[in-house]
Design a protein around this ligand. Structure first.
Ligand code: FEO
Length: 384
């Protein structure tokens, strides 16, 4: 694939992994992107997952057309991109590897070699001239690992953005960008909003026409759309007006309450209501929804003097990603000693700028007149 006259795509599509990074369902696969800059000096950026080594090397050789690469630029050391570094350096003995010092320390851990005899350690603002193209390196620690850097080619106005602007889904599948980019962002980078903001500030100083991430499509048009979403996500802003109801239910009574609340909110004209059964939906879809919308209702049962496990897991996912700036309401069920609302609130107490709804819906086993009235009151408070 041709990105510009001199920049070529040599990545691969993975449709075989069951769980990306050991936890993310990727029904449409995932792409491991890698690029070659063909200039007086030839630079290869990143590699690919180990299972695709042969395909990646074949793509590389096609682009090289018998030439030898001069540099391997390593933006990120996570093995989905770094697995073939050692094989690359063995295959091309005159090539140098370019990365941050933190990346070389990781190479020592992964490969037992920090390549001190053939490496170029780069720091913030360092440049590498390839001939017509000059790359400038910008560190991007914790987007998504500490060694990460991005690079900018001022000739073609291209940013190699590492995991930034990445997306689930292989490149041979057509799909909406935002949906799977959002699930990717909040699943993988969501904890590091501050660091993503810092990177966006650096990118704002550059004249960028093309973004080449390590996953997902190469972005060539309407870059403001993607950058604006990244700005909202990384500043924990509300992307869309709406209410997410995330629930767990053992015998269907909490589910009935969640569904009734959803129905009533819709009848009131609430712009968007999303229902997620945490035991059955993709947990990372539910996380994405919680960060997308401004209001969240958590409905669960009291269980072992605490809350139902899927809800506990969900709230932990939110708090470890610094969930903030939202309105949160509670629906609790408990047949003899309901404590779920108290326990859920406790889990969120360290979260910044959370407005807790005044109305708490308490169900004792099954909905009755009192709990339905409480649902009406919560409905009014959330969407009055
Ligand atoms: Fe795609 Fe953080 O690696």
């Amino acid at each position: 694939m041709h990105i510009t006259d001199d920049i070529k795509y040599i990545g691969v599509n993975d449709h075989s992994t069951d769980l990306f990074e050991g936890q993310f369902d990727v029904p449409d696969g995932i792409a491991y992107n890698s690029y070659v800059i063909m200039d007086e000096k030839i630079a290869v950026t990143d590699t690919a997952d180990k299972s695709f080594a042969d395909e990646w090397f074949a793509n590389l050789e096609t682009v090289l057309g018998g030439k030898e690469p001069d540099y391997l630029i390593v933006h990120h050391m996570e093995p989905d991109h770094s697995a073939n570094i050692d094989a690359f350096l063995n295959k091309y003995p005159s090539a140098q590897v370019v990365a941050t010092m933190k990346a070389f320390n990781m190479m020592a851990n992964f490969f037992g070699n920090d390549y001190s005899d053939r490496r170029l350690v780069v720091n913030e603002g360092d440049t590498l001239c390839l001939g017509k193209h000059t790359l400038t390196f910008y560190t991007a620690p914790m987007v998504h690992w500490p060694e990460v850097m991005v690079s900018y080619d001022s000739t073609d106005k291209v940013v190699f953005s590492a995991d930034g602007f990445g997306k689930f889904g292989a490149l041979d599948v057509e799909q909406d960008w935002a949906c799977e980019a959002r699930r990717y962002y909040f699943g993988i980078v969501g904890k590091y909003g501050v660091q993503v903001q810092a990177l966006l500030k650096k990118l704002a100083t550059l004249d960028v026409e093309i973004i080449c991430p390590l996953h997902g499509p190469i972005l060539t048009e309407n870059l403001g759309y993607y950058i604006n979403l990244y700005d909202i996500w990384s500043s924990y802003g509300v992307e869309s007006e709406g209410i997410v109801i995330a629930y767990t239910s053992v015998y269907g009574n909490t589910k009935a309450a969640a569904e009734l609340l959803a129905e009533k909110l819709k009848a009131k004209g609430c712009p968007k209501v999303v229902l997620n059964d945490l035991a059955r939906c993709d947990m990372h879809e539910a996380i994405e929804d919680a960060f997308r919308y401004g209001k969240l209702v958590l409905a669960t049962t009291t269980y072992n003097g605490d809350i139902f496990p899927f809800m506990k897991d969900f709230i932990n996912h939110l708090t470890e990603r610094f969930y903030q700036n939202r309105t949160v309401a509670f629906v609790e069920n408990g047949s003899w000693g309901p404590v779920a609302a108290k326990m859920m609130r406790k889990m969120l107490e360290g979260s910044k700028n959370i407005t807790f709804a005044e109305n708490i819906v308490q169900i004792k086993s099954a909905l009755n007149e009192t709990s339905v009235a409480a649902i009406d009151a919560l409905c009014e408070e959330l969407c009055g």
